[in-house]
Design a protein around this ligand. Structure first.
Ligand SMILES: NC(=O)c1ccc[n+]([C@@H]2O[C@H](COP(=O)([O-])OP(=O)(O)OC[C@H]3O[C@@H](n4cnc5c(N)ncnc54)[C@H](OP(=O)(O)O)[C@@H]3O)[C@@H](O)[C@H]2O)c1
Length: 222
């Protein structure tokens, strides 16, 4: 498999790169900071320097040439303001999806977040509201696309604990809890391998079901 990860230096992205590269897949990671290139190479991915807040659709499409799938793993991250929630969490996803269409790469997996697009409690502040809005609009953009076999994956609160291999992967709502970044990466690999699970929005938490079974269960419930 030939996979391009948008936001290739992200914590999930690097874990996903290691898993895919270890089994012989080609992985390219789109990064904005050239200083991150060696970290990608160490993870088995080819770095492609491309800032998703300033690149053109043609530039991104060029970076996707020949890929089987795109994983959107970018995010403005903690410490960023409302403006970058819009330029990264929404607009960079839209750009990557436009580019995937232009490059003829149908398979598009987006890492979103639980509760995306929902009304937020004002007490959580305007940056949180902007984040939830941006994630929701990025999801809606994908849902409107016929040219992509999209999948929205909404992890709960991410942790750096070691992966468990055990998850809950279901249509929302499934409540709120945590999931390890290791397990998110493992679920992404399993979803990349299972093209029958597309055009769906899935919440993800740690749980009691082995990753392979959780994905297989979804094939019977489309
Ligand atoms: N934290 C949580 O509890 C939680 C829960 C659910 C979902 N999520 C979402 O899950 C996703 C992945 O999480 P994570 O922990 O792996 O994220 P992360 O480590 O913050 O990685 C995000 C990556 O996006 C990159 N990025 C930002 N702007 C970019 C741009 N203009 N061009 C190219 N790359 C850019 C960042 O690169 P730089 O280093 O250059 O900034 C970073 O490497 C994020 O979208 C996050 O919002 C998070």
């Amino acid at each position: 498999m030939d996979v391009v990860i948008a936001g290739g230096h992200g914590q999930i992205a690097l874990r996903l790169s290691r898993l895919l590269a270890a089994r012989g897949d080609r992985v390219r990671g789109l990064i904005r900071n050239p200083d991150h290139a060696d970290d990608l190479r160490e993870a088995g991915a080819e770095p492609v320097v491309l800032d998703l807040e300033s690149a053109t659709v043609d530039e991104v499409a060029g970076a996707l040439a020949g890929a089987d799938a795109v994983v959107f793993a970018a995010g403005a991250g903690p410490g960023s303001g409302a403006a970058r929630k819009d330029t990264v969490d929404r607009a960079a996803s839209v750009l990557a999806a436009d580019a995937a269409e232009r490059a003829g790469v149908r398979d598009f997996l987006q890492i979103s977040a639980m509760g995306a697009g929902e009304r937020t409690d004002p007490s959580r502040g305007e940056v949180w509201a902007a984040y939830v809005k941006a994630k929701g609009e990025a999801e809606d953009d994908l849902r409107a696309r016929d040219a992509l076999d999209w999948l929205v994956l909404r992890p709960g609160r991410l942790t750096d604990d070691p992966g468990t291999g055990l998850v809950r992967l279901e249509e929302p709502p499934i409540g709120h809890d945590a999931v390890t970044r290791d397990d998110v990466a493992a679920v992404l690999v399993a979803l990349l391998d299972e093209p029958r699970v597309r055009r769906r929005t899935l919440d993800l938490l740690n749980g009691g079901t082995p990753v392979a079974d959780a994905v297989a269960d979804l094939c019977g419930t489309a």
